[in-house]
Ligand binder design. Structure first.
Ligand SMILES: [Zn+2]
Length: 260
């Protein structure tokens, strides 16, 4: 019996392989570029990522003979290809860029000019010291925020002079259910509490969850911050792997693993 030349369906080249994109990603949709590293063995072009510091790029760390990616990252002076920080995990490398952004060094100068600039030398040595301290303590080099937030008073629906047990974070949040439930029950009012409901905790790491770093009650799938007494929140947060580095800064269990 004559067989067909077509391979079985599950072995056909997927449509997406035939239609792969042939044009570059538009410049506004990428931070990626390339950078030529100046290494002891010679010059080597690798991927680079723009940082908030003009003139500095994030790049993968390479080492060995032959050269290979190590899994760590560095900040590189784009013009010279020289590294401006030790090889570190990516969370630290991104924070080094933030640290340098506050240091006020102009990196859009030739490498030999920066090398002779005493201010740049002092900044580099200070970075090395700060980075060593942070890594020794397994904490961020730069904190994005303080962890404890004293929550402002909630908005609450009152009916017949009695407050509902559940409060809302914003007036609009309270207004929506009040309106839908309020028909035929004309005396529903929205009032703001006069005191704070307590404290909320957030992770202080810059890269945490795109900035939504609240300690939440993950058991019931709720994504609102847990609000209450600090001692109770501290206990519950420690139970799921959050750690405090000082009175003001806590790191969540997900971020903690990045500070090696
Ligand atoms: Zn975190």
């Amino acid at each position: 019996m004559a067989g067909t030349l077509a391979p079985p369906g599950d072995q056909q080249v997927p449509e997406r392989w035939r239609r792969y994109p042939r044009t570059p990603v538009p410049a506004g949709q990428t931070t990626l570029t390339s950078v030529t590293l100046a290494l002891t063995a010679g010059r080597q072009t690798v991927a680079g990522e723009a940082t908030e510091v003009p003139g500095l790029l994030l790049s993968p760390h390479v080492a060995g003979d032959p050269l290979r990616y190590t899994g760590d990252w560095r900040l590189v002076h784009a013009a010279s290809g020289l590294s401006v920080c030790p090889a570190v995990p990516i969370a630290y490398a991104r924070e080094v860029a933030q640290w340098y952004a506050r240091a006020g060094i102009d990196w859009n100068r030739p490498g030999r000019v920066i090398a002779d600039d005493p201010a740049a030398q002092r900044v580099f040595l200070a970075l090395i010291t700060d980075l060593e301290d942070a890594r020794y303590e397994h904490r961020p080099l730069v904190y994005a925020r303080t962890s404890w937030v004293h929550w402002p008073p909630l908005w609450r629906i009152w009916r017949s002079g009695t407050p509902d047990p559940d409060g809302f974070y914003t007036y609009a949040d309270a207004a929506a259910p009040a309106e839908s439930a309020g028909r035929g029950d004309g005396d529903a009012q929205i009032r703001r509490d006069t005191s704070s409901p307590g404290w909320a905790l957030q992770c202080a790491a810059p890269g945490c969850c795109d900035g939504y770093a609240w300690f939440i009650d993950g058991w019931d799938g709720d994504s609102e911050p847990v609000i209450g007494e600090r001692s109770g929140i501290e206990r519950d947060a420690r139970d799921v792997g959050w750690r405090d580095h000082d009175r003001h800064h806590w790191i969540c269990s997900r971020c903690a693993g990045q500070y090696r």
